[in-house]
Design a protein around this ligand. Structure first.
Ligand code: SF4
Ligand code: SF4
Length: 196
C-alpha cells in the first residue's frame, strides 16, 4: 500500500506539517471520538474497499490525529469509501468511521482540497442532480452523464442491455408526486430570526 505523506527532507513529520486543531474539528463535525482509536485495524480488515485505497481506514484516522490535514483531505480513501458502515459496526471502540469519512469529504469540498477521485465526486453530483429533478435516481440518465464525461460510451454496454431486458433500467424517468418537498431539501438552510 503506497503512502504519500509529505514530510521534512529527513522523512520526519515536523510541527510545521501539523494542524493541531484539525482532529477537534473532525470530532466536532462527525460526532465520532477518533481519539479513542488504538489502531487495532479491525476496520481495515473488514473494509471491502481497503485494497483500492491509498490509506487503510485507521490510517486516515492516524493522519487526522497527527493533524496532517492536507494528506487526510487529499487521500483517495475518503472518496472510495461507500459509507457501508462495516467498519463502524465492527469497531471495538464504537468509532463511527463512516461519519468521519463523510466529514472529511465535506471539509475537502468546503476548503477546495484537491479531490483524489474526481470521477466519484462527479458521480455523486449526477445522482443528486437526478434526485433533485425526479425525486429519485433515473439510472440511465446518471449512467449516460457519467459516460459522456468520460467519453466511454461502449464500456458496460452488455451489462446495460441485460439490465434493460430484466427491467432494472427504464428509458423514461418517473417523477415522485411530492417533488417540491424533495427540491426544498436542496435549498440552503434559512436562519430563522425569532421576533419577540
Ligand atoms: S476498529 Fe476502531 S479502534 Fe480499531 S483501528 Fe479501526 S477505528 Fe481504530
Ligand atoms: S464505511 Fe467506508 S471505510 Fe468503512 S468499511 Fe465501508 S467503505 Fe470501508
Amino acid at each position: 500500500m503506497e503512502t504519500n505523506i509529505n514530510t521534512s527532507p529527513k522523512g520526519l513529520i515536523t510541527a510545521n506539517d501539523m494542524n493541531i486543531h484539525f482532529a477537534d474539528e473532525v470530532v466536532r463535525h462527525s460526532g465520532a471520538n477518533l481519539n479513542k482509536c488504538y489502531h487495532c485495524m479491525t476496520c481495515a480488515g473488514g473494509c471491502p474497499f481497503s485494497r483500492a485505497t491509498d490509506f487503510a481506514p485507521n490510517s486516515v484516522i492516524r493522519l487526522v490525529q497527527l493533524g496532517l490535514k492536507k494528506e487526510a483531505l487529499e487521500c483517495s480513501t475518503i472518496w472510495i469509501c461507500v459509507g457501508c458502515h462495516t467498519c463502524s459496526i465492527q469497531c471495538p471502540m464504537g468509532i463511527d468511521m463512516a461519519a468521519i469519512m463523510d466529514t472529511l469529504r465535506h471539509i475537502a469540498i468546503k476548503e477546495g482540497a484537491a479531490v483524489a477521485e474526481p470521477d466519484i465526486l462527479n458521480f455523486h453530483r449526477d445522482v443528486l442532480h437526478s434526485i433533485k429533478h425526479y425525486g429519485r435516481t433515473h439510472k440511465i440518465e446518471v449512467m449516460l452523464r457519467y459516460k459522456a464525461r468520460k467519453w466511454e460510451w461502449f464500456s458496460d454496454l452488455g451489462v446495460g442491455i441485460k439490465m434493460l431486458a430484466k427491467r432494472k433500467l427504464h428509458l423514461r424517468a418517473s417523477k415522485v408526486e411530492s417533488i417540491d418537498v424533495i427540491r426544498k431539501s436542496f435549498q440552503p438552510k434559512q436562519i430563522r430570526v425569532a421576533h419577540e
